[in-house]
Design a protein around this ligand. Structure first.
Ligand SMILES: Nc1nc2c(ncn2[C@@H]2O[C@H](COP(=O)(O)OP(=O)(O)OP(=O)(O)O)[C@@H](O)[C@H]2O)c(=O)[nH]1
Length: 195
């Protein structure tokens, strides 16, 4: 398998990071080509390009996806190089939602964000087209970390996503690569925060 491609010097690098099956590849395909293939090859190690108009200025984005299953060294290398981050979860997976915290704090740690450096991080809850039908658990409990695989129904509400994003100080969007909801805009809006 070829090694990862790298962005050109004129491009802003956007790292999309999330659990497996959150729809990262589908989101990029929708954002860059306005298509929704039913099945996609794993996207790790590949980048894609999108032109975005930011404050009236055309900018080139190089968009790169990694899942949290990727090799630690590769993830850290791309975290250090990226200009902005999109942390993705699926509204159909509690597990992917809980894993975002780890991604968020790793970015902050590696980029020294406890100091003054500002790096834009946005959060997207993909698959918002899934129907809302929360499964009842015995005793009314909520599932916890590691307890959920991906579902065909929504298990993370909009409010839960918005609340976490607010706590972390990140812009938040629910998206659907499938139904083309907010799937072309977040990177452009995020870019606005950079400049
Ligand atoms: N309902 C729905 N399904 C989606 C959406 N986006 C992606 N999917 C489906 O979710 C599955 C995973 O999509 P991928 O784009 O391969 O997910 P990924 O996060 O890149 O997965 P990895 O390569 O394993 O990291 C596929 O079956 C997609 O068709 C969406 O917006 N809505």
């Amino acid at each position: 398998m070829p090694g990862p491609e790298y962005p050109r010097s004129s491009e802003n690098m956007v790292l999309i990071w999330g659990a497996a099956d959150t729809g990262k590849s589908a989101f990029v395909q929708r954002a860059c080509y306005d298509v929704f293939p039913p099945e996609l090859d794993p996207f790790d190690g590949e980048g894609d390009r999108k032109l975005a108009v930011v404050d009236g200025e055309s900018r080139a984005l190089w968009i790169f996806c990694v899942s949290n299953m990727a090799a630690t060294g590769m993830v850290e290398s791309f975290i250090r190089r990226s200009d902005m981050f999109v942390l993705a979860y699926s509204v159909g997976s509690d597990d992917s939602f809980f894993q975002m915290n780890r991604a968020y704090y790793l970015i902050r740690e590696l980029r020294g964000l406890w100091a003054d450096e500002h790096v834009p991080i946005i959060i997207i809850g993909n698959k918002c087209d899934l129907p809302s039908k929360r499964r009842a658990l015995p005793g009314g409990r909520r599932r916890g970390y590691g307890s959920s695989s991906h579902e065909d129904v929504r298990v993370v509400s909009y409010e839960e996503g918005a609340c976490l994003a607010e706590q972390l100080g990140c812009p938040f969007f629910e998206t659907s690569a499938k139904e083309n909801i907010n799937a072309g805009g977040p990177a452009e809006r995020d870019e606005k925060k950079v400049v």
